[in-house]
Design a protein around this ligand. Structure first.
Ligand code: SF4
Length: 699
């Protein structure tokens, strides 16, 4: 028997997993007691991991135009076509679209190849759909993409605001930790701020079922309330912050009156005041926020509205106190660390002249992209226009996950060469591949991931990849070498890449940048293999990692002070809601992951909720003569879904919730993203996946 310590590949909690193999057969996995993220716990998805390791449906050999080919032929063709496109159309006609499922080492090499050697920043990822707004929020406030706190803060707090997060289903192990902390400390209060009454409300002392999209109003109102009710930390504001007065004046001008805020948010004013009072009176508070905040046309402002109240009350950088964005994917954070988004460079550097020069010097690249590339929505729009001639999609399924998903099909059909590297053979996106490359999957590949609390953990392989599947870093490096950059992409093991990544983080850093792995730059392969989970930064001052940032009052802005961001709350909806129309919200269910390419294989994960559904309020169901269990057609001008009606007062009147997971592969007419338009946050580029106007009728 072999036993391997690794990390769960699903959500951003990043749980440690012990994987056993007997006679080549994977055995039931268990939670790693010594992993700080989960302390031995696993949720139902994590504990079913061994059931998803079969080879059914795997892509086992490279193909070109549906014909199996050798790796050499496939890699030669990929590099030749990239070269041809660069020669004929320039580097901006090349694009990569990656995934928070990639390991940090995969991400690093893809980003390096694209930005440093192809010379375009057109590399975006599905992380754009997950937490791009949170990144803007952090960078505007702190000058850096820094998650200030750690999971222990959730257990040490007096007040937990769960904002736009159904952690009970989307981040279950973290929710278990919160539940336990509350049981041990009954004085701890939990407020859920979410339009739906979700499973997370089971432990809520207060549920604010606000109007979708009205969060900025709620937090602007809280800032005004704190100033009116002696809730400000004047010392902290004066010593460590800037732009407070302007920000406060704007909040007071707009949201000084809780009655008015309650009206905008469609809340009971007494409940709103209770929340405000608890925030003011709690010495420690964590605001944990997720997709309900980020996936919005004003997601960045929502994030800064939350951060503003933490700065104003000094509830940051202390045990049990911080604004805390929790990511959806297992390695969305690792992607951010290597610059795996079109508007980032690498190691938390940006596209200013100094950073571009620095990264180019470090990579010894012939040139470097000097301005941000196309974010996901713009990238696929460019593809639809015919401006992208070569598109490489890595480990993700945009035909199901991107908004306006039918447009993605048209876009892919309009690209000369679509390369898809994936472990599965028959995803909705693979059907559009001119070239398919078989990638190694979880349990077969090696590397690192970073979870939502900045903790870097090893993912370790314990099974051989089937057929000719190869790790993503190897595939991308081989293309880099074939493009003529043999030395710069001469990697033999992910440890080589991790060392380089750590060295870049330390390169000409001098404490200027938050992301710093300078204590890990000399790891040999054995040390890398034995690496235990660590929270960055990991440097001379914090050789074992740093639990909490900003505890020293230092921020990464030019002045070293945090910035309040003046905000203007806007109407929750950008268009009016005509009579008879519903606001559709999309999101996760407990037992499935993304587009189900993995969890769809585990029979027991289909038992909790076995088919796509539409959750309707009883009044909306009655108006449509719909009863629980009937088929309902949910539609708008973009498309139609056929779903099972679930009728419950968990849902707000006038709204409908539809899960995001099902594609046409699993259930005809269930692809929710085909009804969602391209409305997005202008700063972050993150799509508004939570608000679409639809109609519903009995089928
Ligand atoms: Fe995996 Fe997330 Fe469940 Fe942990 S909580 S076992 S990381 S899915």
């Amino acid at each position: 028997m072999t036993q391997t310590d690794t990390t769960c590949p699903y959500c951003g909690v990043g749980c440690g997993v012990s994987a056993k193999v007997v006679n080549g057969q994977p055995q039931p996995v268990s939670g790693l007691e010594q992993h700080p993220a989960n302390l031995g716990r696993l949720c139902v998805k994590g504990s079913a991991l061994h059931e998803t390791l079969g080879h059914d449906g795997r892509l086992l050999q490279p193909f070109i135009d549906a014909q199996p080919v050798s790796w050499d032929h496939a890699l030669d063709t990929v590099s030749r076509r990239i070269q041809q496109v660069i020669q004929q159309h320039g580097p901006q006609a090349v694009a990569f679209y990656g995934s928070g499922q990639l390991l940090t080492e995969d991400y690093y090499v893809a980003n390096k190849l694209m930005k440093g050697f192809i010379g375009s920043a057109n590399m975006d990822t599905n992380s754009r759909l997950c937490m791009a707004s949170a990144v803007v929020g952090y960078k505007r406030a702190f000058g850096s993409d820094t998650v200030p706190g750690c999971y222990q803060d959730l257990e040490q707090t007096d007040l937990l605001l769960l904002v736009g997060s159904n952690a009970a289903w989307a981040h279950p192990v973290l929710f278990q930790r919160i539940r336990r902390a509350k049981a041990q400390n009954p004085a701890m209060k939990v407020v859920v701020i979410d339009p739906r009454r979700t499973a997370s409300c089971d432990i809520a002392d207060l549920h604010l079922a606000l109007r979708p999209g009205s969060d900025v109003w709620l937090f602007q109102g809280l800032l005004a309330y704190l100033s009116q009710h002696d809730g400000l930390d004047q010392d902290f504001i004066e010593q460590h912050c800037q732009q407070f007065e302007t920000t406060l004046q704007q909040a007071l001008a707009q949201a000084a009156n809780p009655e008015q805020v309650a009206q905008q948010c469609d809340l009971d004013v007494a409940q709103l005041r209770t929340c405000y009072q608890w925030f003011r009176d709690s010495r420690r508070c964590v605001s944990l926020y997720s997709m309900g905040v980020n996936q919005s046309r004003c997601g960045s402002d929502k994030a800064n509205a939350i951060i503003n109240v933490h700065l104003a009350s000094g509830k940051i950088g202390k045990p049990g106190s911080c604004p805390f964005s929790i990511t959806g994917q297992p390695n969305a954070m690792g992607g951010r660390e290597v610059g795996g988004l079109a508007n980032q460079l690498a190691a938390h550097m940006d596209f200013n002249a100094d950073d571009c020069d620095r990264v180019q010097r470090f990579w010894q690249s012939p040139g470097i992209a000097r301005s941000p590339g196309l974010k996901a929505i713009d990238l696929f729009a460019a593809a639809e226009r015919g401006d992208i001639k070569f598109l490489w999609i890595m480990s993700t399924n945009p035909v199901v996950s991107m908004p306006d998903a039918d447009r993605i099909k048209r876009a892919l059909a309009n690209v000369d060469t679509v390369v898809v590297s994936d472990c599965m053979a028959d995803t909705d996106t693979m059907q559009y591949a001119d070239i398919g490359l078989p990638a190694a999957s979880w349990g077969e590949k090696n590397g690192t991931v970073s979870n939502s609390e900045r903790r870097i953990s090893r993912q370790r392989g314990f099974l051989p990849p089937p057929g000719e599947a190869r790790p993503d870093w190897w595939i991308i490096s081989q293309v880099g070498q074939r493009l003529g950059y043999r030395q710069q992409f001469d990697y033999h093991h992910p440890a080589d890449i991790f060392r380089e990544h750590a060295r870049l983080s330390a390169f000409e850093n001098n404490g200027q940048r938050d992301f710093d792995l300078s204590a890990l730059t000399e790891l040999n392969q054995a040390q890398y293999d034995a690496l235990t989970p660590l929270q960055w930064p990991v440097n001379e001052r914090y050789p074992n990692g740093r639990q909490r940032l900003f505890d020293d009052g230092h921020f990464y802005t030019a002045t070293g002070k945090a910035q309040f961001v003046p905000l203007q709350a806007t109407a929750a909806l950008s268009v009016s809601q005509p009579p008879g129309r519903l606001i559709m919200n999309s999101g996760r269910i407990r037992d499935h992951w993304h587009t189900m390419t993995r969890t769809g294989q585990a029979a027991r994960l289909n038992q909790h909720i076995s088919e796509p559904f539409a959750l309707l309020h009883p009044q909306d169901a009655k108006q449509r003569q719909l009863s629980d269990g009937q088929l309902v057609e949910v539609s708008n001008q973009r498309g139609r879904l056929l779903l099972r009606a679930r009728v419950s007062d968990e849902q707000r009147h006038g709204e409908v919730f539809v899960p995001m997971h099902w594609s046409d592969r699993y259930s005809a007419r269930a692809r929710v993203s085909s009804l969602i338009d391209n409305t997005h946050d202008p700063l972050s580029g993150q799509p508004q996946l939570k608000i679409s106007l639809v109609q519903a009728r009995a089928y």
